[in-house]
Design a protein around this ligand. Structure first.
Ligand SMILES: NC(=O)C1=CN([C@@H]2O[C@H](COP(=O)(O)OP(=O)(O)OC[C@H]3O[C@@H](n4cnc5c(N)ncnc54)[C@H](OP(=O)(O)O)[C@@H]3O)[C@@H](O)[C@H]2O)C=CC1
Ligand SMILES: CC(=O)N[C@@H](CCC(=O)OP(=O)(O)O)C(=O)O
Length: 340
């Protein structure tokens, strides 16, 4: 299979290339970007020496044509126009937000501009989603925070063990914001400090979390989401809670998670008493999950760690593509983290 990567000079593009280089079924085709076009990949992704001399091209339908799979790792709002020019013989994978939301009103409120429509959602662990992704030719890769929250809470909602009133506080590494320079991401602002942002229900991942959890619960789920920025390059640690349904015990909760996750190749329920840390998933396509019942507050509490660039973007994208192409779901995807 030949894969093209649009946005090859960015963080998501770099992680896609790192994974595809280790994937036995893929060869790397066109590498495209915008301002970096004409330069060599080695100037942008020096950790990928195998591709250092490859020249980045302009992002256009002509450059991306003739590939089996095209990964779009472009800023929001740039994928739809490119994708519309690629035929159904090409699997197109949008790592941006353009095709994630099904509700045009939610798109309008949180992103603005015209809604491009929705594509099959690339989170295979959601109930029924593997079936939807089988033979898909268009895949919308979830946002990194929604990936973590949906993985953490969908077992509870699928089993009817939580009420639809979710609170999430999550810390992300700075690579989640992409490569371009932002004032709050300067080294001196980030180092030695954790800061909140997007507070008060305004972060654009909120409707995506509500969309996914509502589908699993079969009833509208509200999410209050507070993201924070942590002084690390990669990783998300999300603490997610919801009121426990009547009669839920610690044991019934753990059993529901064990049953839901026992066949999952990438989502691991940690041994009792072990709590997730971002280091457990560094560079791996895994999610490290723990759940308990806060008996005093009557809440289900699930804590999850993922690598935002791996399971949260590029690894998750390749996992969904494997399913769409009829390949083994785990093919070419790292299962081991880096410790300490
Ligand atoms: N970082 C993360 O953790 C996650 C990112 N994503 C999504 O992946 C996408 C890429 O994010 P990320 O890699 O972090 O961003 P970066 O800012 O690191 O990279 C953006 C890439 O897009 C290219 N680009 C910018 N504008 C255009 C344009 N008009 N036409 C073609 N190419 C363009 C850039 O090229 P150039 O160098 O030439 O400017 C660069 O290669 C985004 O949609 C993001 O939402 C999704 C989940 C998580
Ligand atoms: C730390 C940080 O800034 N993170 C990004 C989310 C990154 C991501 O997954 O989101 P998209 O694919 O939707 O851009 C943010 O909060 O905007």
């Amino acid at each position: 299979m030949r894969a093209a990567i649009a946005g090859a000079s960015g963080y998501a593009g770099g992680e896609l290339l790192r994974i595809l280089l280790g994937h036995p079924e893929f060869e790397i085709g066109a590498l495209t970007a915008a301002s970096s076009a004409g330069s060599r990949l080695g100037a942008h992704q020096p950790h990928l020496p195998q591709l250092a001399d490859r020249v980045i091209e302009d992002t256009s339908a002509e450059t991306l044509a003739g590939h089996d799979v095209v990964f779009l790792a472009l800023p929001h709002g740039h994928s739809a126009a490119v994708a519309a020019q690629l035929g159904d013989e090409t699997v197109v994978v949008d790592c941006g937000a353009d095709h994630r939301l099904t509700d045009p009103a939610a798109w309008q409120e949180f992103y603005g501009g015209e809604h491009a429509g929705s594509w099959p959602y690339g989170l295979p662990e959601l109930p029924g989603q593997r079936q939807i992704l089988t033979s898909a030719t268009r895949i919308a890769v979830p946002g990194c925070y929604p990936t973590s929250v949906l993985l953490a809470l969908s077992p509870a909602f699928a089993a009817g063990l939580a009420e639809p009133d979710v609170v999430v506080v999550a810390a992300s590494g700075t690579s989640g914001a992409g490569k371009s320079l932002k004032p709050n991401l300067l080294g001196s602002e980030v180092m030695g400090s954790v800061s909140a942002y997007g507070v008060g229900g305004v972060h654009r991942h909120t409707p995506e979390m509500e969309q996914g959890l509502s589908a699993v619960a079969g009833t509208p789920v509200r999410v209050s989401f507070t993201p924070t920025l942590a002084p690390m390059s990669r990783g998300i640690l999300a603490t997610c809670s919801a009121p426990a349904a009547r009669g839920v015990t610690k044991e019934s909760l753990r059993t529901a998670y064990e049953v839901a996750l026992k066949e999952e190749p990438f989502v691991k329920l940690l041994p009792e008493g072990v709590w997730p840390a971002t280091s457990m998933t560094y560079g791996a396509n895994t999610a490290a999950l723990q759940v308990t019942l806060d008996e005093r507050a009557g809440r289900v509490v699930a804590v999850i760690a993922i690598d935002n660039l791996t399971k949260g973007t590029a690894g998750g994208a390749v996992q969904s593509v494997n399913i769409a192409l009829g390949l083994p779901e785990e093919l070419g995807l790292p299962l081991t983290g880096v410790a300490p």
